[in-house]
Design a protein around this ligand. Sequence first.
Ligand SMILES: [Zn+2]
Length: 252
Amino acid sequence: MKQSFKIYITGILGFALSLVACMGFMTASVPVTQTVPADKIPVIVIDAGHGGFDGGAEAADGTQEKDINLAIAEKLAAEAEKYQVEIIMTRDGDYGLYGADSVEKKRDDLTARKKIMEESGAELVVSIHLNSYPQDTSVYGAQVFYAEGEQAGTDVHTAREIAEIVQNALETSLPDGRERVAMKKNDVLLMKNPPCRFILVECGFLSCPGEAELLKTAEYQGKTAAAVWKGINEILCLPVKNQLPVTDSANK
Ligand SMILES: [Zn+2]
């Protein structure tokens, strides 16, 4: 009883402290400038879904999900790299993570991605995908999913909380008149017992012609990536990189 109360109080304190730190970050007129010790820089894995032989979903004009996933993942990495964080990409080109002689390419690919995640020591995995629902091509909009497992309790903020904040950030930045809720997902291999908090962002529907056109543009890809990062860093509150300490000359 006492032990659980202590954990509860520690959790409340941790949450309050991180909230104060985060609010300070959001309201400060200049970015937070403290330097995180090199060995404490958090790792985030960014996973561009599919690749190589596996194109993922396909738009009516033949545009493949794998290419847009990579474009958004690279833009997300570029946003994140302005901050004190180490980014590991599961792929940075059009290839899958399987050997040339692989007989089960999809399985080998997913196993290799999972290994990267497990060995990375990451705080968070962000997997980028696109949806498709050819039965009704009017269905559109971004939706965030999260994995729930033992890792969920290892930090003050769970994958669910991060997913909900990212979902809100997407809705604010990409107003499309649609309100979705972040949902739990555990029917894909990567999201079963992940080594850390894991969110999967379905950035839109390639089956919807209007949304597919948007998703193909660098501008929309960039807006999506910026919104995902904004949501993530509302929780992680990472300070910006290479920022010189700000000296207030009025106090001299
Ligand atoms: Zn996909």
